[in-house]
Ligand binder design. Structure first.
Ligand code: SF4
Length: 315
């Protein structure tokens, strides 16, 4: 039987960002540098495939520092941690390697600067996300978390004249602009970075989905359900009128989703490894005569210096 053709518009950029590469590199480098057990607090990046591959090499993932045995190397994930977590590790005498993404660190610095200048801080982000927890745990003073336009409209700060905001790095650019607009209209004195603290990788992957959606009838996003930036890609595709599926594994894609269409878009969140994209293409080839067309919207050149492994020196 002749298989019908399917054009796959492959987003570029897609998949791993510089912060994720750096964090995974830190875990690999720590493994190579020591015979001691290596523990990571929280998933190093939000992707089960990445975590299970590292776990298969002996890396142990835990939720809290108190689960880490004395003498183990302790790695903090790309999402950052609160100062309480940092202090807990220091008090335990654990050797810490901090893989917090430099762009998350920049949000910490900006938030602390506003707090030091006497402003209450509005964190635009999702309650419970590891990055937001880390930001909240680094600010002295009043902090409000706002995740929606409704929450921005309901915010009642003590002093509307002394307010600032920062954003989580992996938000929807469009939603964040709307939230900022509400905050600015209600509190004209508020200061903040517009959407600049949404990171380059998040912005670029969303921009690429916009271009895919001009031609693709459906969009597939490789990414884990707990990945904020991958979830935003699926939501954006839907907002643009393109039915979208987010898959953590190629096996989750069902043939029915791509039946009766001739063109789909394929992308991957910033913590999704390229192997997921390759396996998704293989799965599609099992059903259809696939033609891949890579759509390059931006060439990313951002790279970060490797994580400091100084904590392991001389041990
Ligand atoms: Fe850093 Fe952005 Fe990647 Fe998060 S998505 S790790 S903020 S570069």
């Amino acid at each position: 039987m002749t298989r019908s053709p399917l054009t796959v518009l492959l987003a570029a950029p897609r998949g791993f960002c510089a912060g994720v590469e750096r964090a995974i590199g830190a875990v690999e480098a720590a493994r190579a540098a020591t015979d001691r057990p290596v523990y990571v607090r929280h998933e190093i990046v939000h992707n089960g495939r990445v975590v299970s591959e590292l776990a298969a090499k002996g890396v142990v993932f835990v939720d809290e520092v108190d689960e880490i045995p004395d003498g183990a190397v302790t790695i903090f994930s790309a999402h950052g941690v609160s100062r309480a977590v940092e202090r807990q590790a220091t008090a335990r005498g654990l050797d810490v390697i901090d893989a917090t993404c430099p762009l998350v660190r920049r949000v910490h610095v900006e938030g602390r600067r506003h707090a030091a200048e006497g402003r209450a801080l509005v964190v635009i982000g999702h309650v419970g996300h590891a990055e937001v927890e880390g930001i909240l745990g680094r600010i002295d003073g009043t902090v409000h978390v706002v995740g929606t336009i409704a929450e921005a409209a309901a915010l009642e700060p003590e002093d509307a004249e002394r307010l600032a905001y920062v954003t989580q790095t992996t938000l929807s650019v469009d939603d964040t602009r709307e939230i900022i607009a509400v905050l600015r209209s209600r509190f004209p004195a508020i200061v903040g970075p517009d959407v600049k603290t949404i990171c380059y990788a998040t912005q670029n992957r969303q921009a690429a989905v916009r271009v895919l959606a001009e031609r693709a009838q459906r969009i597939v996003v490789c990414g884990a359900p707990n990945s904020s930036n991958a979830t935003r890609l699926r939501e954006l595709a839907t907002v643009l009128g393109r039915p979208a599926r987010m898959i953590a594994d190629a096996a989750e894609l069902d043939e029915g989703f791509v039946a009766d269409v001739t063109t789909i878009g394929l992308t991957a969140g910033a913590s999704a490894p390229e192997v997921l994209v390759r396996e998704t293409l293989e799965r599609l080839r099992g059903w259809r005569e696939v033609v891949v067309e890579e759509i390059t919207t931006t060439v990313e050149t951002t790279r970060f210096a490797p994580v400091d492994l100084g904590a392991l020196a001389g041990r």
